[in-house]
Design a protein around this ligand. Structure first.
Ligand code: HEC
Length: 153
C-alpha cells in the first residue's frame, strides 16, 4: 500500500522536478546578504563590492544556486547561455586609463541584464531577478564573477 502510494507520488514529484528544470522556471533562491555593507535604495552605477571577500563568498553561493543551471557551475558555460567569465574580456586589453570606464560600463550592462532578464518575441531567455534579489545580491554575484575572469587583471 505504502509502496504503491510512493510509486505514484514519487513519479509525480520526479516529473515535476524535471519539468521545472527543462522549462527554466525553477523558483529563485533567496540570498542572505546580511554580512555585507548595506547599499541603500538607489541603484549603484558601479560594483561597490569589487575584491570584497565577504561579497565574493555570498556571490559564489548565490550564483551557483540561481545562475549556474543556465550559465554553468563556477561560471563555466556548457553552451546554453553565455560564458560569464568572458564578461570583462574587452576591458583586459583596454589601456590603463580607459579600463575603469570599461569595467563600469560592463557593470551597468550586467545590472540591467540581471534586473530585467532577457525576453524576445514573447520567449523568456533569462528570467528577471529584480524583486527577488536586492542590489547587494546582484553586486555580490558580479564580485564573484570578477574572480572567475577568463583574462584576469
Ligand atoms: C533560464 C536560464 C538562465 C538563468 C537562470 C540565468 N540566465 Fe543569464 N542569460 C541566459 C541566456 C539564454 C542569456 C543570453 C540571452 C540573449 O540571447 O539575449 C543570458 C544572458 C546573460 C548576461 C549577458 C551576457 C552577455 O555576454 O551578453 C548576463 C550578464 C547574465 N545572463 C547574467 C546572469 C546571472 C548573474 C544570473 C543569475 C542571477 C543569470 N544570468 C541567470 C539564461 C539564463
Amino acid at each position: 500500500m505504502r509502496t504503491t502510494a510512493c510509486v505514484i507520488a514519487c513519479t509525480v514529484a520526479l516529473f515535476a522536478a524535471f519539468g521545472a528544470f527543462a522549462h527554466g522556471d525553477t523558483v529563485p533562491q533567496a540570498v542572505d546578504t546580511s554580512s555585507l555593507p548595506r547599499l541603500g535604495d538607489a541603484w549603484r552605477a558601479e560594483n561597490p563590492y569589487r575584491t570584497n571577500d565577504a561579497a565574493v563568498k555570498v556571490g559564489s553561493s548565490a550564483y551557483n544556486q540561481n545562475c549556474a543551471r543556465c550559465h554553468g557551475l563556477e561560471a563555466v558555460s556548457g553552451g546554453i547561455a553565455p560564458d560569464l567569465r568572458k564578461l570583462d574580456n574587452d576591458c583586459a586589453t583596454a589601456q590603463a586609463n580607459t579600463r575603469a570606464t570599461c569595467v563600469k560600463e560592463n557593470d551597468e550592462y550586467f545590472l540591467t541584464t540581471v534586473r530585467h532578464g532577457r525576453s524576445r518575441n514573447g520567449a523568456v531567455y533569462m528570467p528577471p531577478f529584480e524583486g527577488t534579489f536586492d542590489q547587494e545580491a546582484i553586486w555580490a554575484i558580479k564580485a564573484y564573477l570578477e574572480t572567475r575572469r577568463e583574462k584576469p587583471f
